[in-house]
Design a protein around this ligand. Structure first.
Ligand SMILES: *Cc1c(COP(=O)(O)O)cnc(C)c1O
Length: 339
C-alpha cells in the first residue's frame, strides 16, 4: 500500500520561521482543516502540541472534537454548534445565523473586507453586535480573510485598510456594548509572510506550516520545507518492446525497449489524473500513460518509489495548487512520522 511520511524536523523548522514572523508561538493558530491538508489530522495535532502550539483552526465540529485533547482553543470556520465547549469557538458567517446559535456559545465574528465569500458586511457591525448580545453569545474575536495575499498587492492592501477600519469600529462597539477586549486576526500564510511587522493577536497558518507556501523572492518563505512525502509500492513489473502502449486509452507508446513498474497509487488514492503522462518524480522517473484508480506506471522497477516530496512540483504538472494535491490524499493512507 502507498504510504505517507511526515518529516517532523521540517515541520518544526517551518514553525520556527512562522513563530519568528508572528512574534511568538502563542500567536500561531495552526489550520488543520481537511485532514490537516491531507497530512493526517491527529498526527499533525500531536506534533503541533509537542512543539507548543495551543490553538487550531478547523472547518467542522467533528474535526474539532477529534483534536480537542491537543489544544486550548479551536476555531471552527463553518459549522453549527453541536455542544457547548470551553475550547471550541464557532464562526458567525452572516447575520441570519446568529439567532441559531445556542446561548453562551463562544463565537468569533467574520467580516467581509473584500473577498466576498463569507462574513458579515462592514456596515452590519452594529447590527451584529446587537444580535450577539441579544442571543447572549460570548464574542471572542473579530476576523477577516484575504483573497489575494499571495497575488494582487493592491487588493491585499485595500483589505488591510478595510480591516483597520473594522478594528476601530469594533473597539468602539465592544466598549459601547460593555464587552471585554476582543482579539483580531486576518493573516493566512501568505499575508504573514508579506507583512514585515506583524502586530495582530493571532495568525491562521496552514500551507506555510506544511512547507508549501509559494512566494518567490521571499527569503523566509523559501526556507520552509515540505513536510509530506508520498511513497508507492510496486505491484508488478514488465518488459516492454519499443512501440507498445501502456494503460487506459493507450495514451503512451514506448519509444524504446524498457522495464516498466506498476505502482499501487492512483486517482482513487488522491493522485490527480491530470498528471497523467506529464509527471516526473524527484528522482527523474517518468510517469507513463494515464493514472488509473489504483495504479500508475513508471519507468522504474524499484520495489518502492518516492512519488513526491514537494506537492508544488506535482501541482505544476497537474495545473493545480499544492493545496489540492495535498487535500486529495485519502485519509486511509498510512502516515509515518519521521523523527
Ligand atoms: C484555509 C484558511 C486559512 C489558511 O490559509 P493558508 O493559505 O493555508 O495559510 C486561513 N484562514 C481561513 C479562514 C481559511 O479558510
Amino acid at each position: 500500500m502507498a504510504y505517507i511520511t511526515l518529516n517532523k524536523q521540517h515541520f518544526f523548522n517551518n514553525l520556527d520561521i512562522i513563530a519568528q514572523r508572528s512574534k511568538g508561538k502563542d500567536k500561531i493558530a495552526l489550520v488543520l482543516k481537511d485532514n490537516a491538508y491531507g497530512h493526517g489530522l491527529r498526527e499533525m495535532a500531536a506534533m503541533a502540541q509537542e512543539y507548543g502550539i495551543s490553538r487550531a483552526v478547523v472547518r467542522s465540529y467533528v474535526e474539532a472534537k477529534e483534536i480537542e485533547e491537543f489544544f486550548d482553543y479551536i476555531l471552527v470556520l463553518a459549522d453549527t454548534p453541536q455542544e457547548k465547549s470551553a475550547k471550541i469557538c464557532y464562526t458567525i458567517n452572516d447575520l441570519d445565523s446568529i439567532s441559531k446559535f445556542p446561548k453562551k456559545t463562544k463565537v468569533e465574528l467574520k467580516v467581509n473586507t473584500g473577498m466576498n465569500r463569507n462574513g458579515i458586511e462592514m456596515d452590519e457591525l452594529r447590527e451584529a453586535f446587537f444580535l450577539i448580545q441579544k442571543q447572549e453569545l460570548e464574542l471572542e474575536a473579530v476576523f477577516t480573510h484575504h483573497s489575494c495575499a499571495d497575488e494582487d498587492q493592491s487588493v491585499f492592501e485595500q483589505q488591510n485598510k478595510n480591516f483597520a477600519q473594522v478594528k476601530k469600529e469594533v473597539t468602539a462597539l465592544a466598549e459601547a456594548f460593555g464587552m471585554k477586549r476582543l482579539r483580531f486576526h486576518s493573516a493566512n500564510s501568505a499575508a504573514l509572510f508579506q507583512t514585515d511587522d506583524f502586530t495582530e493577536d493571532m495568525v491562521r497558518v496552514g500551507i506555510a506550516a506544511y512547507g508549501c507556501l509559494e512566494l518567490s523572492g521571499n527569503v523566509d518563505a523559501e526556507a520552509l520545507q515540505p513536510v509530506l512525502s508520498l511513497y508507492a509500492k510496486r505491484n508488478s513489473t514488465r518488459h516492454l518492446d519499443k512501440g507498445v502502449c501502456i494503460g487506459y486509452g493507450a495514451s503512451y507508446t514506448t519509444s524504446r525497449e524498457c522495464q516498466v513498474g506498476n505502482y499501487d497509487f492512483g486517482y482513487g488514492d488522491g493522485f490527480l489524473r491530470a498528471c497523467s503522462n506529464r509527471y516526473e518524480t524527484p528522482e527523474g522517473i517518468l510517469l507513463l500513460g494515464r493514472i488509473s484508480m489504483d495504479n500508475s506506471s513508471f519507468l522504474s522497477v524499484a520495489e518502492e518509489l518516492l512519488i513526491f516530496n514537494d506537492a508544488r512540483v506535482v501541482a505544476r504538472a497537474a495545473g493545480s495548487i499544492s493545496y489540492e494535491i495535498l487535500t486529495a490524499l485519502k485519509p486511509y493512507l498510512k502516515r509515518v512520522i519521521l523523527e
